[in-house]
Design a protein around this ligand. Sequence first.
Ligand code: AMP
Length: 132
Amino acid sequence: MSTIFTKIIEGEIPSYKVAENDAFYAFLDINPNAKGHTLVVPKKEENKIFDLDEKSYLNLMQFSYRVAKAIEKTVPCERIGMTVIGLEVPHVHVHLIPLHTMDDATFSKKEKLSTEEFQTIANEIAKNLCLT
Ligand code: AMP
């Protein structure tokens, strides 16, 4: 059965997309630690990040780097944090989180955003993106 992230990538479930290429898809986390919290996902389903082959892992890091740069340009913050967990959704994803305080990195404090706020921030990150 497809993961929820595959359903998002295939457009069966809506998402606030910020970036896409042939191998990766980036979209806003629906329950963000902070405004601009983004997930970067390989289109090919794999459960655990270190089960990726080395080239796919490095490509994921490169794509995440580019998305992080765009988030940094868009969202005022101390820095962009990066973490990989995967205990909730068994489909590799990198969390890119604009950090203001340590709380933003803990996954205990959540930000409530309206549909309009999600859409606006996704559009702004997408505008600041340079994929090459
Ligand atoms: P984890 O697997 O523990 O790294 O966490 C999975 C993350 O995916 C959580 O931060 C969720 O808020 C996020 N998430 C789950 N479903 C969706 C969805 N439909 N759209 C966007 N983000 C989601």
